[in-house]
Design a protein around this ligand. Structure first.
Ligand code: ATP
Ligand code: MG
Ligand code: MG
Ligand code: MG
Length: 376
């Protein structure tokens, strides 16, 4: 059985996806999985081009993206993305593969057509949001994870919150914003800020609705910070959400399955920084993971139940990681669902399953089998 591992992608979480894919590729090519599956990696470059064969294997081996022409242009002109900042650092540029040195032939139709089951491990827009899932569905080949609806609802924090509210899941107060209210009409903007202050107050969190890894998220404490944060979030997405900030412990739960999904033990993340931002997520030693979380059994049971309800509310399939806030008063609020959570060997999703009795290679096997089962 040929497993098409789709990774990289046209999103701010490109590098995260490469790391997830490396861990999954290793799990597919070793142990018992090796006798069952053949790995066919497909690397999607930052400009959206699909590479297969040698080039994609190279990225998996090295963990380093293959630079595109678009990347070099982006590094010179300011496009407002966090990647551009990184690219400006020329020493970092040296760490990228030179596309010319590699056999960067675009993936061919026969290569794509030979895949028996797809494993998209793309985080963020253009991969976790239903777009790639729509393509795979059209190709009529089974794939791991949520379909179009589950992916789209899981990606867009405004639509997600509507689905959660409908399912009766408790969550923070929020205001949904459209970019046009920020950029197009100077008369609307102060009124918008007034409404945000009245509805959610300070501190609040300003987020692009469709992203992940905390990219574009700001914690704000004043009117001027709010204005800057809205402008920044609008550079990432048309849709923006502003949420009331809560003081809470951060708990997560992993879900696995299709129509009868199971919830893992609950995990906790602790850190010293202001919030769980990009740097804290991906710099070694900045965050600590405790699995299982030291919480009362009843709270853990409540979180597992809410995770399954959230999974059903957005019509997720295969896998999802559900994030929660546990306040000092003992309240459990749902924060979000991630339909393609980080998947390195030290990511929360596989670690929570590991602690629940499913080792990493078996988890990968189960996900592939769930994809096949859903299709049959
Ligand atoms: P992920 O990488 O999990 O997909 P994300 O980009 O979707 O993350 P969120 O999980 O919504 O972003 O928020 C990132 C972090 O910001 C949270 O883990 C938490 O530390 C902080 N945060 C977000 N919203 C709130 C809130 N309403 N109150 C308090 N802290 C918050
Ligand atoms: Mg998320
Ligand atoms: Mg995410
Ligand atoms: Mg999160």
């Amino acid at each position: 059985m040929k497993v098409g591992l789709l990774f990289g992608g046209r999103s701010g979480e490109h590098e995260v996806s490469i790391n997830s894919a490396r861990a999954i590729a290793k799990a597919i090519s070793t142990g018992e999985n090796r006798n069952k599956y053949e790995l066919l990696p497909f690397y999607i470059q930052k400009d959206g081009r699909w590479l297969a064969g040698q080039a994609s294997h190279k990225v998996l081996e090295s963990g380093v993206p293959i630079l595109t022409t678009a990347d070099s242009v982006a590094s010179q002109s300011h496009l407002g993305g966090w990647e551009d900042e990184e690219m400006k650092n020329s020493s970092q540029l040296d760490n990228f593969h030179d596309a010319k040195m590699l056999d960067c032939i675009p993936a061919s139709l026969p290569q794509v057509a030979s895949v028996d089951v797809w494993f998209p491990i793309l985080h963020g827009p253009n991969g976790e949001d239903g777009t790639v899932q729509g393509l795979l569905k059209l190709m009529q080949v089974p794939f791991v994870g949520s379909g179009v609806l589950g992916s789209a609802l899981g990606m867009d924090k405004i639509a997600m919150k509507m689905a959660f509210a409908q399912a009766g899941l408790p969550q923070v107060k929020y205001v949904a914003v459209n970019r046009s209210q920020i950029w197009s009409n100077p008369c609307v903007f102060p009124k918008l800020c007034d409404r945000i202050e009245e509805t959610v107050g300070y501190p609040c969190f300003v987020k692009p609705a469709n992203l992940g890894s905390s990219v574009g998220i700001s914690k704000v404490r004043s009117r001027s910070e709010l204005e800057t944060a809205l402008d920044n979030a609008a550079s990432y997405d048309r849709r923006i959400i502003v949420e009331a900030g809560v003081v809470a412990r951060e708990l997560e739960c992993a879900v696995l399955g299709n129509d009868e999904p199971k919830a893992s033990v609950v995990g906790e993340i602790t850190y010293q920084s202001d919030f769980y931002d990009y740097e804290t997520k991906y710099s070694a030693g900045m965050a600590d993971i405790i699995i299982p979380a030291a919480i009362p059994e009843a709270v853990a049971a409540q979180i597992q139940q809410m995770s399954l309800e959230a999974f059903a509310a957005v019509d997720a399939a295969g896998l999802a990681r559900v994030d929660f806030f546990y306040t000092e008063s003992g309240e459990v609020l749902i924060n979000e669902i991630n339909t393609i959570p980080g998947f390195t060997a030290t990511s929360m999703y596989p670690m929570m399953w590991e602690k629940s009795g499913i080792p990493f290679p078996e988890l990968v096997d189960r996900l592939i089998q769930l994809a096949l089962e859903r299709n049959s």
